[in-house]
Design a protein around this ligand. Structure first.
Ligand code: GLN
Length: 277
């Protein structure tokens, strides 16, 4: 019989994963907290549990993201369910959430918000939990993603966020539905970007790549947003490290005012903001 301690050290010797990752995977298989592994390191497990752990370790060692292996990722302190139909929420996207909250820091006001390409629902739900009086809609083209987003709203008890299927603005009538705030983390990676060969290869391509040059979805969103924003409404978009000039220029051409780019915690130009005139 294998003890917790022996199976963990075996995994670390045999594979290229960190002890934190090994502990997270084992805690997941045994359905316990990580602290349990430390407290009960002599405890043994069944053959089935051992095999389940080893299979996760080998998947991790070839690069499958930890979040997909355990089906969970935390964003803005919200535990979110993730699967390979949704992008794994990134810490840099929390920067977008923070910018929106800072600009609209009156928690009692009621505003309408649209989250374009919501995926797991991360941005919409983070805004929803922080601003319970806002009415938020998250749209995505992918039904599988919307199912995950709905589950995340339910699991976190967030009731002011609604999800709808739409290819960008398709399900809204131009000039009829007006939001106070539109946010989005659209696909913005160039199809030949070398970092697509890394762990990111497990994530949905349609959530990452914008054909043919990484810029088309950003361009479409910026150009069309005005028709769905209330006067003086704000657009917040996440983009790649070298796309800020393009995004600012596109927003200015689309007649946005107060256009400004903000850096993420890694000091990378990450989110550009503009206001409809
Ligand atoms: N920030 C993600 C990455 O670089 C990309 C997200 C996106 O394309 N929207 O891995």
């Amino acid at each position: 019989m294998f003890s917790i301690q022996s199976i963990l050290s075996l995994a670390l010797k045999s594979g290229n994963l960190t002890s934190l990752e090994a502990e997270v995977l084992l805690a997941h298989v045994l359905i316990v907290a990580r602290s349990y592994l430390r407290a009960w390191h002599e405890k043994t497990m069944t053959e089935q549990q051992k095999q389940a752990f080893e299979s996760l370790v080998s998947r991790r060692c070839v690069g499958e993201p930890l979040a997909y292996l355990i089906g969970r990722k935390e964003f803005w302190s919200l535990p979110l369910v993730v699967s390979n139909s949704v992008l794994i929420p990134r810490p840099e996207t929390e920067c977008l959430v923070e910018l929106v909250l800072n600009k609209f820091n009156n928690a009692s006001g009621s505003l309408s918000v649209l989250d374009l390409g919501t995926g797991s629902g991360a941005i919409a739900l983070a805004l929803g939990v922080e601003r319970p009086r806002w009415k938020i809609i998250g749209i995505d083209r992918s039904i599988a993603a919307l199912e995950i987003a709905e589950l995340n709203a339910k699991n976190n008890g967030i009731s002011n966020v609604e999800f709808m299927q739409s290819d960008w603005f398709m399900c809204f009538e131009s000039g009829k539905t007006r939001f106070d705030i539109i946010v989005g983390n659209p696909p913005y990676i160039h199809p030949t970007d070398s970092h697509l060969e890394g762990e990111i290869r497990y994530e949905p391509k349609e959530a990452l790549i914008s054909l043919p040059d990484g810029l088309q979805d950003l361009k479409k969103i910026i150009r069309e947003t005005s028709d769905y924003l209330a006067p003086q409404g704000w657009l917040f978009v996440e983009h790649g490290f070298d796309q800020d000039v393009f995004v600012r220029k596109t927003m200015e051409l689309a007649d946005f005012s107060d256009v400004q780019t903000y850096k993420d915690l890694a000091d990378i130009n990450r989110v550009t903001v503009g206001r409809k005139r």
